[in-house]
Design a protein around this ligand. Structure first.
Ligand SMILES: Cc1cc2nc3c(=O)[nH]c(=O)nc-3n(C[C@H](O)[C@H](O)[C@H](O)COP(=O)(O)OP(=O)(O)OC[C@H]3O[C@@H](n4cnc5c(N)ncnc54)[C@H](O)[C@@H]3O)c2cc1C
Length: 524
């Protein structure tokens, strides 16, 4: 058996034993909140084991890189589980063959070699794809270099909105309909094409392009999961063509992770519903034509009282806006200033008796009380998409850093000639390849049974977003003081990456309540 498979077998077996012990401790997840730290640790270790399995199956062209990433992840799992091993009665450690393979894989010389090769290639990493997907990647990269890269810094520094031209050109090229079925006006190229597109756009700018596909993806998947046929026919082609841009509004000032506690209300009225309440952090709400909004209908408490609406609104391009409907309904929005993720603008919203027609209650009469489930179906797609965003941002950091260390001279040599620089760059590359392996695997799985693949999409989001944070920060360190200067893009990458583990399930909640819960469940 080759070293990759030896390590995979040992790491996966350890993670499986940890999951089995945690299931027993939490009574199949029923007592999850009594053992939060245990579940969090085990869920993360299981995610790392899943990444190892995806890396072990990676194409031969990236075998050396995958081998290094596998060894590092396998070495991390016992450390991660150490604090909770006594509670689980878990013996940590690997057999002699796996331990030897890991020791060989994490040897500094391996990562130094990878770092040196990355400098040589200026950070461009090859991941082999079939002809169609390779063409998608090449075309999007050319588009992003031409239309996004020249504006990315300006948008970030001046906190401007995504240029309209980027949206209209992306719409013309069909980027909003990549994973929407052909029957509804999409291209049905699948989730991997969508991820490759997202990666390339995010490599140019997370905020000025890479995040534009997230919202249509979330709404499209929610509609496919629970919209009526008429709603699918009405909305999906317009989302796929980019004719309408969407925002997603779940979070409220007092309701974040506890989505089932959403308080914004929708009251029935003649021919529709009146929305009243506060929402928070609604990204792109100014420019958006519609907001997919989760609101409470009726008196049922908790998740079963929530319903999803598609709310029309006029477009606004600034940092605040106010709109009034002929019937007297009002909607105001004000963007919160943020250190990164500029270009999208995330708004606090206040709705007062804002009218939404009956036809825009997702799922019609049958959709009343189903909003939570539909929103979660949408979030699975959003999380997958965010895995792609994270990989694109990490790729950008690797390229900028490889370029920088090749040129920056200290102690009479390019800093990239030093073993420690090469080692750090090698780690950046091996982490990135690991994020890519699980994200691509999740994309392929989401083309099949989406419901079954949702926990994998959550793992991909969890892992890839951590990688983006880590890799951008390491890149910043390798830039020294200049990494903190606005004129170097790495400082923007660091600021942008920070948001990734926060939205679509803030990291501790995603680990515990999405990944952890699915693992603890007997069906997990
Ligand atoms: C830039 C940006 C853009 C966003 N865009 C959108 C958007 O477009 N639409 C939208 O709806 N939302 C959006 N969000 C909101 C985002 O999804 C929420 O911030 C996130 O879900 C967390 O909610 P919260 O901020 O209220 O944190 P909280 O729920 O208050 O959580 C804070 C911390 O408390 C701890 N915690 C909470 N509950 C538990 C528990 N049960 N057990 C253990 N620990 C717990 C965790 O450590 C958690 O990290 C955006 C946020 C940002 C920053």
């Amino acid at each position: 058996m080759d070293a990759r498979r030896t390590i995979e077998a040992a790491a996966v077996a350890l993670a499986e034993r940890a999951v089995a012990a945690a299931r027993q401790l939490t009574q199949d997840g029923q007592a999850l909140d009594d053992h939060q730290v245990v579940v969090e640790r085990v869920a993360y270790a299981a995610t790392e084991a899943r990444v190892i399995a995806d890396l072990a199956a990676a194409p031969d062209e990236v075998a050396e890189l995958a081998g290094a990433a596998i060894a590092e992840l396998a070495a991390s799992i016992p450390h991660r589980l150490a604090p909770v091993a006594p509670a689980l009665g878990l013996a940590l450690g690997y057999d002699a063959a796996a331990s030897a393979a890991i020791a060989e894989g994490v040897a500094p010389a391996v990562l130094e070699r990878i770092g040196a090769a990355a400098i040589e290639a200026r950070g461009r990493l090859a991941w082999p794809l079939d002809e169609t997907l390779a063409e998608v990647r090449t075309n999007v990269r050319a588009f992003a270099e031409r239309e996004v890269v020249p504006h990315a810094e300006h948008i970030h520094r001046h906190d401007e909105l995504v240029p309209e031209r980027v949206i209209s050109e992306m719409a013309k090229l069909g980027y909003f309909g990549l994973s929407i079925p052909e029957a509804y006006g999409g291209h049905e190229l699948g989730n991997l094409a969508m991820i490759l597109t997202t990666e390339e756009l995010s490599r140019a700018s997370l905020a000025a392009a890479g995040s534009l596909i997230t919202r249509p993806e979330i709404l499209a998947k929610a509609l496919l999961a629970g919209g009526s046929e008429a709603q699918k026919q009405a909305w999906l082609p317009r989302l796929a063509s980019g004719e309408i841009m969407a925002a997603i509004s779940v979070t409220e000032p007092n309701t974040g992770s506890d989505v089932a506690a959403v308080a914004c209300r929708a009251e029935p009225t003649d021919g529709g519903w009146l929305i009243s309440g506060q929402k928070a952090w609604c990204t792109f709400a100014g420019r958006a034509d519609v907001i997919a909004l989760l609101a409470r209908t009726g008196d049922t408490p908790g998740a079963k009282g929530l319903t999803l609406f598609i709310v029309d609104k006029p477009r606004f391009l600034g940092h605040d806006f106010a709109a009034t409907q002929p019937g007297g309904g009002t909607l105001t929005g004000k963007a919160d200033r943020t250190p990164g993720y500029r270009g999208m603008h995330s708004f606090g919203l206040a709705f007062d008796r804002w009218f939404v027609p009956d036809a825009q209650l997702v799922g019609g009469e049958a959709g009343i009380g189903r909003g939570f489930a539909l929103q979660m179906a949408g979030f699975a797609a959003g999380r997958l998409q965010t895995g792609g965003r994270a990989c694109g941002l990490a790729q950008a950091a690797v390229e900028q850093t490889a370029q920088y260390v090749a040129e920056r001279v200290q102690f009479g040599k390019p800093i990239g000639a030093f073993g420690l620089t090469r080692y750090h760059l090698g780690r950046m590359v091996s982490r990135l390849i690991a994020a890519r392996a699980i994200t691509y695997a999740a994309a392929t799985a989401m083309d099949g049974d989406e419901r079954a693949a949702a926990p994998l999409a959550a793992m991909a989001k969890l892992f890839a977003c951590d990688v983006a944070v880590e890799v951008t920060q390491l890149g910043q360190l390798l830039h020294g003081g200049w990494g903190y200067a606005e004129e170097y893009p790495i400082s923007r990458y660091v600021a942008d990456a920070q948001v990734l583990p926060i939205f679509e399930g803030v990291k501790p909640i995603l680990t515990l309540k999405v990944v952890g819960r699915s693992l603890m469940s007997p069906r997990g």
